[in-house]
Ligand binder design. Structure first.
Ligand SMILES: C[S@@+](CC[C@H](N)C(=O)[O-])C[C@H]1O[C@@H](n2cnc3c(N)ncnc32)[C@H](O)[C@@H]1O
Length: 273
């Protein structure tokens, strides 16, 4: 087993989104600066860690659904760290031959990811900009592990929340869709507050301010209608674009059933035709 050491990496003194997210998931791949920022952000939106957990739970259910459809190769865009029962663990539990490439743009997340996956021949982590499909497809590890002539699962759990309108999330999604063979699937989750009450919306606004000011990262909150529009030209899988917790929930699971953060994110999966 690989042991994580707080070894000096370029941004050890700068909080980073992947490690903040890992902290919210209960992971160990985070530094004091990440925990400090994460705790501060949680004072703005108390359910933010439950939201992260609901997002990761949705991602796992989505991967299991795709495995059930026969998908055996996955590209996880904006993956964060490959920890906390992430895609390769879920996939390999059902299909040990499944191939997984994690993609993140944060160098230190990728450094840790490579370390974590060192003993996994069928999983890799690469540094690339998820907004640039051509960068992803051209990467040698992607070319080695992913066969685009066969169905592939493209996962965008919480990626597009970092993509502003100028970078055109709809066009990014369409470019991935067009690169994939028929029978492929795209899964997307996204932060939203259109069902939230006024108090929770205020908390969400404070949280996005805290990310901007404290971490230097802009977060975009979007309505269900906008998120649904990205699936144009694909077949949405039932139950369509729903709150993440309502997308094919596991029997008996209720990670955030009673909290206001339950309404803060949509998830959906669609088939490429
Ligand atoms: C919310 S976290 C991880 C979520 C994870 N995919 C999940 O669903 O559990 C989002 C990740 O996206 C990464 N990210 C943000 N913008 C990106 C971009 N343009 N390209 C690649 N990764 C990006 C961040 O570094 C962060 O690790």
């Amino acid at each position: 087993m690989t042991t994580f050491t707080e070894r000096p990496v370029a941004d050890v003194d700068v909080a980073n989104i992947a490690r903040i997210y890992d902290y919210y998931l209960g992971g160990l791949y985070n530094f004091a600066i990440d925990r400090e920022k994460a705790d501060r952000i949680r004072t703005m939106l108390p359910g933010v860690d439950l939201l992260a957990r609901a997002n990761r739970d949705w991602l796992r259910r989505s991967v299991r659904f795709l495995l059930d459809q026969g998908v055996d190769q996955f590209v996880d865009l904006g993956s964060g760290l490959p920890t906390a029962n992430n895609v390769h663990e879920v996939a390999h539990a059902r299909n040990p031959l499944a191939r997984v490439v994690y993609v993140d743009h944060e160098p230190s997340a990728v450094l840790h990811g490579e370390e974590i996956l060192a003993d996994e021949p069928l999983a890799a982590m690469i540094e690339a900009d998820g907004r640039r499909p051509e960068q992803v497809w051209a990467h040698p590890r992607v070319r080695e592990l992913i066969d685009l002539s066969r169905p592939v699962g493209i996962l965008m759990g919480g990626l597009l929340v970092f993509v502003d309108d100028e970078d055109d999330p709809a066009a990014v999604v369409a470019a991935y869709r067009d690169a994939c063979a028929p029978g492929s699937y795209l899964s997307i989750s996204h932060l939203s507050d259109d069902l939230a009450d006024a108090a929770t919306r205020t908390q969400v606004a404070r949280m996005t301010d805290a990310y901007r000011v404290g971490v230097g990262q802009e977060l975009y909150v979007r309505d269900r209608e906008v998120i649904a529009s990205w699936f144009e030209g694909m077949e949405l899988v039932e139950p369509g674009v729903t709150l993440m917790a309502d997308w094919r929930p596991d029997p008996g699971s209720c990670v955030d059933a009673q909290t206001s953060s339950r309404v803060l994110g949509y998830g959906a999966t669609a088939r490429v035709v």
